[in-house]
Design a protein around this ligand. Sequence first.
Ligand code: GPP
Ligand code: MG
Length: 300
Amino acid sequence: MISKYLRLIRPVAWITFLFPFSVGLGLGITQKSDPVNIVLAFFVFIFWMSFSFILNAISDKNVDKYHNGRSKDMNLARQPIVTGEITLKTAFFLSVIFFILSLLFAWLISTFFFILTLLIDLIGYIYSMPPLRLKTKPVGDILCNALAAVGIFTAGLSFNEQNIDYLIILGTLLLAAIFYIPTVLTDYDFDKKAGLTTSAVYFGAKKILQIMIILTIINITIWLIICITANIEFKILGIISIFYSIIFTFASNLKLRQQRLYLHENWILIPFPIISLAFILYGILKLIGWITLGFFIKFI
Ligand code: GPP
Ligand code: MG
């Protein structure tokens, strides 16, 4: 009973967006933040993800039935809409409820949080749903995922408005695109069979990995500038971003054989939750006053 709804909203797949959200939140929280707003923000995240994934399940109904269980959080052929356990009407109804709840809770936090939530809800919609259905358009798929990641990151960061910096937002956009590219490559066979022209299908594996290398070089440059100019928190984030993007790009290039990427999903499923939890814990420790920025400065 519960299982069919969990298969509809796919919480395990949210890990990819929990990562930018918790990093933003961890950096955004200060001792002055309102704990109620932090709890509300988690609910906004849950509602936004549920909304976006339900729309995705609705629009992928005729694609997901071909899935063989590889490289995903679940075998999509077991989607409750595909199996008929949940009707399209119920799914639409639930998506509208989650959309309204996401906006309502965001409104309670701040106007800025509300605007960002509206934007990422919109991205969730145009990513999956016709007429745009950007997940089937080259570049559109990467851009949607990267912009959604930046949106939820910025929402978390907005708990401290002084943190909002265009260079950091640009760096996050690049990092998110770098992380997304291998996931669209591992979907290559499935998407091609389903007749979807994703970026991987359009450019081909070799070219898209070259694009990934170029993005990594730009990413390193931007985060180096941030490392030099920003405060200690962003210096540490910059170091993480630089090293992780280099390792990830290397690993993806090494794992490419005969136009196929054999990158295990654990490259995402293990580090992402660990880093997410670390940043959430960091935010909580700042909130209760156990850590201040001076804490780091002592170590330098
Ligand atoms: C999965 O997309 C669904 C999402 C990533 C939700 C989109 C949300 C955004 C805010 C962009 P998919 O259909 O490409 O992958 P899968 O085959 O795993 O469903
Ligand atoms: Mg899908």
